[in-house]
Every structure is written in structure tokens, then in C-alpha cells.
Design a protein around this ligand. Structure first.
Ligand code: HEC
Ligand SMILES: [Ca+2]
Length: 489
């Protein structure tokens, strides 16, 4: 039965009508539940929480046989029989051994979290971070409902999207009570109104094009990420032009994982991401819009040098594929590379450098497993797919990313800032060429980080959910005190 529908689906996709049959599913599991397997096969020696027992603990970051993924997997697979660690290769398959490594990382991180104090600053309190003392300042702390993204107009006013479907304006530090009228109707849930950007270097002041991405409602309860542009006039979103809207014949999905970030390059191309929409197989199928990065001209037309313009059956807007749920995009000011973050499954968040036409692997490769604790695959690499620059195992739900190019924080110049939803963190990453050389958690636990942008005034603006607010990071000068030592008495 499953086979019949799979072949039917493949047949449909070869004629470039992508009709997912397995909508709303995780990839088929390749094994049993990992936490249960741990309890059954490992806990008697390593302890119920990996704290150690007759055998060593697995969460103290001390590794006798090597702590990298391959070494830990080898310890489990081949054992250290002379030392009392049985080989597990007869009892666990490859994906289950990979799942066990992920589970060990989760427990390890949970242990570390319990034993580490992070900065959780309130506005006004100075944080002495590794390289810069900073304070949080409140920008807007009431009146917003699930803000998703912010953008600055050239005149200094700020636009904020609210996921339920409203575009709000902040003028002179005040949130206007009335949303902008006439923005598109949105599909709710994880869809809604998502990103907002202003076309850079637009020559006519007051006539700026504002681009919005959103979950577009289609008949029959379906939805797909769409992009529209318009201008602001008298509090309304006017001169609207659809920039991207997928043909409903090319999808059959509803609720989750819409992406989506919008980003202009210096030549006026608009990049945008669409999540996999939880439709396994679509990410690798070039006739489907989901699980892809796209590139269009500012008016929505297709650039002639897009990688798949001459591929029969492929959507010409596709820039790269094999993505899961990309919600962060930023250009490296030093190298010009396009960096992307994506939510992985349980334990597979990724930071990628995106090249045209490349395959980022999902769901054929991943560092994570299913949320229900069953494995997906033990392929973390596969020929023809790109490796992430870095992964977060366990997941932090890496969401917005932005390179800092301002001058207020000299020591942070060209660093990459990464916000996390579930992890409730703002991270600072030092980048050298194509690798991450250092990570610092600037703060943690003050809300889900939805957006972070480099403001035109050189401050870093951060959009938080739960509680819903916008804050900014400002330098704190010399009067700084350590937030942790001032909080923990
Ligand atoms: C019969 C007891 C026993 C069981 C069951 C067992 N282990 Fe071990 N394991 C050991 C011992 C003992 C060592 C340490 C050997 C040493 O210190 O030289 C070890 C070592 C390891 C190491 C290497 C640690 C390091 O410091 O490098 C890993 C990883 C590991 N075990 C994982 C597992 C997992 C996962 C399971 C279940 C699938 C499991 N073990 C089941 C006894 C056990
Ligand atoms: Ca990947």
C-alpha cells in the first residue's frame, strides 16, 4: 500500500506535478525508540541518567576513548570488551547507534545547562560578556502578539510583523495602535505573517518597496509560503504585487515549517527560504517549492543565471535544495558568502553556506533524529550533498542569523549572531573563512529569539516571543558590572 502510493507519487513528480502523499509526516523511522533502548541496554552500567554506575558516566565530558561522534559511535558498536563494555553491533543497527550518540549529547547538554549560570539580563542591567560590555534596552515591551520580524524604513520608522497576520509600525519609539491595513490574509499556525524586508538602496524616498513573506491560504485548507511586495500609503499596504506564489498543483500541504527569511543581495536579487512543510521527499524534488532556497529579481521575475532555469521540470526560482526549515539568512560581509541556519529535527540544527544548485541533504542526511526518539538515518554525510559548517546537537532551534556590520561594538565586527527559539539564546559566533572558530552565549532564558537585526544605528535589535517584546543591545561603557555576580547573591 505504501509502495503503491510512493510509486504513484514518483510518477506524478516526474511530470513536474509534485503531489506529496506522505504530507505531515516525519521520515519513516529506521529503528526503535532510543531513550527506551538506553534504559533497556545501557542504564544498568552507566546509570539511569548517564551519571555513571558500575561503568563511567557519559555526561562528564571526559572521554577515555574519544568524545567526537565517530569515536563514541565506535565505542558503542565495537565495545571495549576487555574493560567490560560489551559490543552492541548485534543489538543495535546503525541508525540506532547514531541515535544513541544524539541521546548522549542531549543528556550531556542538559547536565551542562544545570551546572552553568548564563546571563539572563533584564533591561538596564549591564552584562560583561567576553569582548563587550552591553545592556539590553527595551524598545517595545507591550502590545505585540507573537512578533516575527522587524525592518527599518530609511526614515527610521520600524515595521514589525506579527505572526497572526498583522504588520505594525513603530514611530518615535511608540507602537502605533492600528496595524497597517490591507496586508494579505494568512494561513495561521506556524504560517502567518513571517518576514519583512525593505528593498535596499531604493531611490525614491517615501516609496520604498516592502516585502513580506507569509503562509498563503489555498482552497481546501492547504498553504504554501508566498512573498508579496507593496508600499505604505496613509497607513495602508498599497501597490501590491505578488513576488512569489507557488502553483497549488505543486503542493498538497497544510500546517507546518514554512521557513521563511527574506534577504536582498547587493545586486537587487531577493533570496527567500521555504521550509520542507513536513512533506518527506519534496526537499529533494526540484518540481516542489518546499525544502528550498529561492532567488528572484526584485519584481519576482527569474534571474537568467539561476541554477535550474534549464532543467526540465524544475522550478526556475530554486537556488538550493535539501533544506528542512531555514529561518536564518545573512551575507558574510568579509567573504560575500550566503549563510543559512535551519531547524533540524531533534538534534540536527544546521548552519550552512549556501551555494547555487547545491543539495543540503535533508532528509537523506541529518545529524538529528525524530522528535519521538526514533532514529532517521545514520548518514550524516553523503556524496553529492553539502556538509553544514556547524551543527547544534542537541537542537537549540537556531532561527534568525545576522552578521554584525555596525561600529558600536567594535569587538563584534563581522561576528555572526544566532538567535534560538527553544534554546532561548542569543549566540555570538566568530567566523574565519568558512568555519566557526568560537561561540559565546550572550544571554539565555529571557524569551524565544525570533529575529535579530543589525540596526542602521549600529545597535543589535532582538525580537523575543514569550514574553513578546523587542529589545536592543547597546554598549555599556566602563561602568559595567557582571550581570551574573550581581544577580546571584
Ligand atoms: C555491562 C556493563 C555495560 C553496558 C551494558 C554498557 N556499557 Fe558502555 N561501558 C562500560 C564500561 C565498563 C565502559 C568503560 C570502559 C573503560 O573505562 O575502559 C564503557 C564505556 C562506554 C563508552 C566509552 C566512554 C569513554 O569514556 O570513552 C561509551 C560511549 C559507552 N560505554 C556507551 C554505552 C552505551 C550507549 C550502552 C548501551 C547501548 C552501553 N555503553 C552499555 C560498561 C557497559
Ligand atoms: Ca543538511
Amino acid at each position: 500500500m505504501a509502495l503503491t502510493s510512493l510509486s504513484r507519487r514518483l510518477a506524478l513528480c516526474t511530470v513536474a506535478i509534485c503531489v506529496p502523499v506522505f504530507a505531515q509526516q516525519n521520515p519513516p523511522s529506521k529503528g526503535r525508540n532510543i531513550p527506551e533502548l538506553y534504559t533497556e541496554k545501557c542504564a544498568s552500567c552507566h546509570g539511569a541518567n548517564m551519571e555513571g554506575g558500575s561503568a563511567s558516566g557519559l555526561v562528564d565530558s571526559r572521554w577515555k576513548y574519544g568524545g567526537d561522534d565517530a569515536s563514541v559511535a565506535r565505542s558503542i558498536r565495537d565495545g571495549h570488551v576487555d574493560a567490560g563494555m560489551p559490543a552492541m553491533r548485534e543489538q543495535l543497527n546503525g541508525p540506532e547507534i547514531r541515535g544513541m550518540v544524539i541521546y548522549i549529547r542531549e543528556k550531556d547538554a542538559a547536565y551542562e545547562r544545570e551546572h552553568t549560570k548564563y546571563n539572563s539580563p533584564t533591561p538596564g542591567l549591564t552584562v560583561q560578556s567576553e569582548k563587550q560590555a552591553f545592556k539590553l534596552e527595551s524598545v517595545i515591551d507591550t502590545g505585540l502578539d507573537t512578533p516575527w520580524a522587524v525592518a527599518f524604513l530609511p526614515d527610521g520608522r520600524m515595521l514589525v510583523t506579527e505572526r497572526p497576520g498583522r504588520l505594525r509600525m513603530i514611530e518615535n519609539g511608540r507602537l502605533l495602535p492600528e496595524p497597517v491595513r490591507g496586508t494579505p490574509a494568512v494561513y495561521g499556525g506556524e504560517g502567518g505573517l513571517l518576514d519583512v524586508v525593505i528593498q535596499p538602496n531604493y531611490s525614491k524616498p517615501g516609496h520604498d518597496w516592502i516585502y513580506l513573506s507569509y503562509g498563503d491560504k489555498t482552497p481546501g485548507g492547504l498553504a504554501m509560503t508566498a512573498v508579496i511586495r507593496g508600499r505604505l500609503r496613509d497607513g495602508a499596504f498599497v501597490d501590491q504585487q505578488q513576488i512569489f506564489k507557488a502553483d497549488p498543483a505543486n503542493y498538497r500541504v497544510g500546517g507546518q515549517r514554512f521557513g521563511s527569511r527574506l534577504l536582498f543581495d547587493r545586486k537587487g536579487h531577493l533570496f527567500f527560504s521555504i521550509g520542507d512543510r513536513a512533506a518527506p521527499g519534496d526537499e529533494q524534488d526540484l518540481s516542489c517549492p518546499n525544502g528550498k532556497m529561492h532567488r528572484v529579481n526584485d519584481d519576482g521575475s527569474v534571474p537568467k543565471d539561476n541554477p535550474f532555469v534549464h532543467r526540465p521540470g524544475a522550478l526556475a526560482t530554486i537556488w538550493s535544495y535539501g533544506h528542512r526549515n531555514p529561518q536564518g539568512l545573512s551575507f558574510d560581509p568579509v567573504t560575500g558568502d550566503l549563510w543559512e541556519s535551519e531547524h533540524g529535527p531533534r538534534g540536527g540544527d544546521e548552519l550552512n553556506i549556501v551555494h547555487p544548485g547545491h543539495n543540503y541533504g535533508w532528509p537523506l542526511t541529518t545529524y538529528g533524529m525524530n522528535y519521538d526518539g526514533t532514529p532517521i538515518t545514520d548518514h550524516t554525510t553523503l556524496e553529492g550533498t553539502d556538509q553544514p559548517v556547524t551543527t547544534w546537537v542537541p537542537s537549540i532551534a537556531a532561527s534568525p542569523i545576522t552578521f554584525y556590520t555596525g561600529s558600536r561594538f567594535a569587538a563584534w565586527k563581522n561576528n555572526l549572531f544566532v538567535g534560538a527559539l527553544a534554546g532561548q539564546e542569543l549566540r555570538r559566533l566568530e567566523i574565519s573563512g568558512h568555519s566557526v572558530t568560537h561561540q559565546e552565549i550572550l544571554f539565555k532564558g529571557i524569551g524565544r529569539v525570533r529575529d535579530v537585526i543589525d540596526g542602521p544605528d549600529g545597535y543589535l535589535y532582538v525580537v523575543l516571543n514569550e514574553p513578546n517584546r523587542i529589545v536592543r543591545l547597546v554598549p555599556a561603557g566602563h561602568e559595567s558590572v557582571n550581570a551574573i555576580s550581581s544577580v546571584v547573591k
